[in-house]
Design a protein around this ligand. Structure first.
Ligand code: EPZ
Length: 426
């Protein structure tokens, strides 16, 4: 992050009910494993409607660093994997983005040996990778970890059996990617059920992979030697859609979301309705009316899909901070994901954290200067600014722009008063 980036900020004047229509961008968490999967074939893949966000740009750089060619035409990303000639992923990338670890399974399938830096933890938790390493070992991969660098080797990945001791989205994806071109059949049990797993398997199937069971606990993969080129539509981002629904709720507005993956948002929509939000689906659009939203959340816990997503926890917490009455939210997935809650206390929020449970008593928020420390917590600060009286300034926006293609433009299209500034201009 350059000095300049560190000084960029969002300025928000809150108190305006959002109103209008916004189109939801392509999914970050769906497209990153698809970009990794592209190295399993030796031609070119096209990812239509690929979001232009910092995490995708980082994955583009990683792919280019191993010999792939990457370019964009309008909103579509092209990845040409003909010339990939190394399994060594430069260490700097592992720190910059956890998802570099997702390349392991795919790159091993192609290069037979890889070297990748151990991804850093981040502010939401320690983020271990033991499950990634275990599933690869179950498929015959020899692994060594030395000074934070992972060395993996497998002349041929062999189909095998592995039961995850706990559900992990990334480790499930790594297992599928390693098994897709392996010798023989693989059975993975206690897999993550997130939509991103389903999208990855559909993408791989469009490349010729032989996979059944995605979206359930057990996935069967029959390795296929020659996976081939494909052109695939990136699905809409369920967390970005949830972000804008909650932004509408915080401002008691009413908006229309186009291209929202409504089927993947059921846990959020249930809570939204219980709080007094109203919505309908018309012509494929999600039409949300938050004008009568006024009920707190007595108790909610984040869970693996199809439960309430951890990625929307800090945004829901921010909404609860504006609703009179006591709300309780338990974070069960990551061990340190209440940082944004502590930031909104500077805006007058009444929040206390008791172990894994945040207790919130809603009241009016006022503008303040706050700082994003991670992606979804940063988005929660944007929502707090929209719901607060007065001016809010948010630093650390590079975290937010890892996952949101144009959060300012999107919110402005809904009538929100937000601008991106560099402190040099102030
Ligand atoms: C994915 O992260 C998402 N990231 C996260 O979204 C999301 O919060 C998370 O899934 C849960 O839904 C991407 O898809 C790029 P996990 P991932 O492995 O795969 C523990 C965002 O904001 N664990 O399902 O890293 C882990 O510590 C990001 O877009 C191990 O113990 O999550 C956590 O407690 C944030 N060992 C739990 O499992 C492992 O080897 C779930 O993590 C791996 C994970």
């Amino acid at each position: 992050m350059t000095g300049a980036e560190a000084l960029d900020l969002y300025q928000i004047e809150g108190g305006v009910p959002l109103n209008g229509e916004v189109q939801i961008q392509g999914s970050k968490n769906a497209v990153l494993p698809m970009m990794a999967a592209s190295v399993l074939q030796k031609g070119c893949v096209c990812l239509k409607g690929c979001p232009d966000i910092a995490d995708v740009q980082c994955m583009e750089q990683i792919l280019q660093s191993i010999g792939a060619r990457v370019w964009r035409i309008a909103g579509d990303l092209y990845v040409d994997c003909k010339e990939i000639d190394t399994g060594v992923i430069p260490g700097a990338y592992a720190d910059k983005m956890r998802s570099s670890i997702i390349l392991m399974g795919a790159l091993l399938g192609r290069m037979g040996r890889i070297r990748v830096g151990r991804p850093g933890g981040c502010t939401i938790g320690e983020r271990p990778i033991n499950l990634h390493l275990s599933v690869l070992e179950a498929l015959g991969v020899a692994l060594e970890v030395e000074d934070g660098v992972i060395y993996a080797r497998a002349d041929r990945i062999k189909g095998g059996y592995y039961k995850f001791p706990k559900r992990s989205v990334g480790a499930t994806e790594n297992g599928i990617l390693a098994a897709a071109a392996a010798d023989g059949e693989t059975v993975l049990e206690n897999c993550a059920r997130e939509p991103e797993i389903i999208h990855l398997c559909q993408f791989l199937r469009s490349m010729g992979a032989n996979i059944v069971g995605e979206g359930s606990a057990t996935i069967h993969i029959e390795g296929v030697k020659d996976l081939h080129e494909t052109c695939f539509e990136v699905p809409a981002d369920r967390i970005v859609a949830g972000t804008y629904l909650l932004a509408c709720a915080v401002t008691r507005g009413n908006i229309r979301l186009t291209h929202a993956p409504i089927g993947e948002m059921q846990a959020l929509l249930r809570v939204y309705k219980e709080m007094g939000g109203q919505y309908e689906v018309k012509g494929g659009k999600l039409i949300a009316d938050s004008r009568h939203l006024n009920r707190p959340v007595p108790y909610l816990k984040t869970e693996e899909y199809p439960g309430f997503p951890t990625d929307l926890q800090s945004l829901l917490l921010t909404l609860c901070a504006t609703i009179p009455g006591e709300s309780r939210i338990e974070e069960t997935i990551f061990e340190d994901r209440f940082k944004a809650a502590l930031q909104i206390k500077h805006m007058g929020a009444d929040v206390r954290v008791e172990g894994r449970v945040a207790v919130i008593n809603g009241q009016n928020l006022h503008g303040a200067t706050v700082k994003a420390e991670e992606l979804r917590g940063g988005a929660a600060l944007v929502l707090a600014g929209l719901g607060a009286r007065g001016i809010t300034r948010i630093g650390g926006i590079c975290h937010i722009e890892r996952g949101y293609q144009d959060i300012c433009g999107d919110i402005r299209s809904l009538g929100g008063n937000i601008s991106r500034q560099s402190t040099e201009e102030l």
